[in-house]
Design a protein around this ligand. Structure first.
Ligand SMILES: C[S@@+](CC[C@H](N)C(=O)[O-])C[C@H]1O[C@@H](n2cnc3c(N)ncnc32)[C@H](O)[C@@H]1O
Length: 219
């Protein structure tokens, strides 16, 4: 896979547990999608779905699995670089007997560019993107003008971009980048009930982190 953009994720050793590896071995063929230079045929991946949402950086897939369960008529195309998380989500898909989640392994930038057709998804979920708090790392934050251009093209008319973050300075930067963009309109909203409360978010709340939900619509 080409890597022509700044790396927005942390390189972690992929210490994968036995159950995660065995879920990967057993279910990759059912739920996994290999990186390729061809556009996906999204309707054929989700033949019964009324809408398809692209999720970027699902981590361990906790929210993805619960959304898949709660919204069986929505298809979730979920992207992550971290192999243990992919194994974990595959195990959860099996446990909950879900048929509306497919997973692409790798960096979202080249994946979105080369695999997602224009105007093919109803929305994009970005839940708790790596905050990169140090100033010298701000360039690694995934939300920037270039990223907005990239996802804007892939979202259908009237579609949305939903971000949740527990890092207030990042929420502020996101608002600035989006306010300067003619491509989206929107802003901070109340925490929506449909967004599952994950362990990650719970830990942030315990540390008194304020969580912001931001929802923007394609102009
Ligand atoms: C802080 S974690 C949050 C995970 C999850 N969304 C949650 O709410 O628990 C951010 C995740 O985004 C993933 N990530 C960051 N940049 C990415 C990229 N360019 N492509 C795919 N995944 C990415 C990281 O590997 C990490 O798992």
């Amino acid at each position: 896979m080409e890597q022509d953009s700044v790396r927005t994720y942390r390189l972690r050793g992929s210490r994968i547990t036995g159950p995660q590896q065995s879920a990967l071995d057993k279910y990759w063929g059912l739920y996994g999608i290999e990186y390729s230079y061809d556009f996906l045929d999204i309707p054929s991946l989700f033949p019964t779905s009324q809408q398809v949402i692209l999720e970027i950086g699902f981590g361990m897939g906790e929210a993805t699995a619960l959304l898949g369960r709660d919204f069986p008529e929505t298809g979730y195309l979920a992207v992550e670089v971290h192999k243990p998380g992919i194994g974990k989500l595959m195990a959860r898909i099996e446990e909950l007997a879900l048929s509306n989640i497919r997973i692409i392994e790798g960096d979202a930038h080249p994946i979105i560019k080369t695999m997602i057709p224009d105007a093919s998804v109803h929305g994009v979920h970005l839940f708790f993107p790596d905050p990169w708090p140090k100033k010298r790392h701000h360039k690694r934050r995934i939300v920037n003008e270039e990223f907005l251009k990239l996802i804007h093209a892939k979202i259908k008319d009237g579609g949305f971009f939903h971000i949740a973050t527990d890092w207030v300075p990042y929420a502020e930067q996101i608002q600035e980048v989006l306010a300067a963009s003619p491509l989206f309109t929107g802003g901070v909203i109340e925490r929506p009930e449909w967004r599952p409360l994950t362990r990650f978010e719970g830990q942030g709340i315990t540390k008194d982190h304020q969580v912001n939900d931001l929802r923007y619509f394609k102009v």
